[in-house]
Design a protein around this ligand. Structure first.
Ligand code: HSE
Length: 313
């Protein structure tokens, strides 16, 4: 244990919306809705408690994703996993496409890293998070904040954060959960060249549209041919929800990550747009809740931490 080790630490991690339409597996944006991960050293056992989202669903045994991330980090730095009290306070809806699993992974990694005195740098934390999650576009903004463009270069992440002014984003969350693995299984192994070009050009323009807050540009380019068409059958009413949002004044609309949530970008009338999209889900027999969330520049943050005193642990 180093002199910077902590006996307890609390980390806050933002929700994220990935893909942003055409930026499949390479664009993600951090949103102002947070999960908190608290770790406290115990003598030996593991205790996991959950409040908020996922209280009845998340495992409280060693299969818990936050704990698994803690274990990955400890293994990576050659430390044994200490006994731990893990307390999760979750505001991010589970399996909804708003980055709940990435928040768990990033929260576990950042908290464990802080607890061990910070042996790993941000690049290594990101690489470990991508390895656990399997795709980079939620974990990158969860860790780094803001709008992140991320690519894989022979197994190592290459990324840049792009400054985006504070925007209000509408997130409509229907009352059902969709596992990312199921939503990825719906995708084809190959896509037509023209669809790839369609997305390449638009992904670059979406970045420009967000950084310049150009809603007219977002209206023109936030469509996708690589994943949304294949996932539409998995989300009842999705086509109508997009159409209702546009009629109510949304500029860009996209499936949030792998879905089933939908995010909409608009200069005004957020409540009206949210209501119209919820109504469209209701026409297809699905309840939905709408959140108006701010984009946030900060990723995971250590919000509390007590240094280990001499003689502790
Ligand atoms: N890019 C990933 C996907 C995000 O669309 O499967 C999952 O949230």
């Amino acid at each position: 244990m180093t002199s910077n080790s902590l006996s307890q630490v609390k980390v806050s991690v933002p929700a994220t919306t990935a893909n942003l339409g055409p930026g499949f597996d390479c664009l993600g944006l951090a949103l102002g809705l947070y999960n908190a991960v608290e770790l406290r050293r115990l003598d030996s056992e593991l205790r996991v408690t959950v409040e908020g989202e996922g209280i009845d669903l998340l495992p409280t045994n060693p299969t818990n994703l936050v704990y698994r991330a803690v274990c990955v980090l400890c293994r990576h730095v050659g430390e044994s996993v200490p006994g731990l009290d893990v307390h999760l306070s979750n505001a991010i809806p589970l399996m909804s496409g708003l980055g709940s699993s990435s928040a768990a992974i990033v929260g576990g990694l950042v908290a464990a890293n802080a607890m061990l005195g910070g042996p790993l740098d941000t690049e290594t934390l990101l690489a470990l998070a991508i390895e656990i999650e399997g795709h980079p576009d939620n974990v990158a903004p969860a860790l780094l904040g803001g709008l992140v463009i991320v690519a894989d270069a022979d197994g190592a992440p290459v990324y840049r954060r792009v400054a985006v002014p504070e925007l209000d984003i509408i997130a409509v969350v229907p009352d059902f959960q969709l596992a990312t693995v199921e939503a990825r299984a719906a995708l084809p192994a190959q896509v037509p060249l023209e669809d790839a070009v369609h997305n390449l050009s638009r992904a670059a323009l979406v970045v420009h549209g967000l950084s310049e807050v150009d809603y007219e540009l977002l209206r023109q380019v936030m469509d996708d041919r690589l994943h949304q068409p294949y996932r539409t059958p998995l989300v009842p009413g999705l086509t109508d929800v997009f159409a209702a949002g546009r009629r109510a004044g949304a500029a860009g609309i996209a499936l949030s990550g792998a879905g089933p949530s939908v995010v909409a970008f608009a200069p005004r009338n957020h409540e009206t747009i949210a209501e119209a999209m919820c109504e469209a889900f209701a026409h297809h027999g699905l309840g939905a809740r709408a959140l108006v969330l701010k984009t946030v520049a900060e990723g995971a943050q250590i919000v509390e931490g007590d240094a280990v005193r001499a003689g502790d642990a």
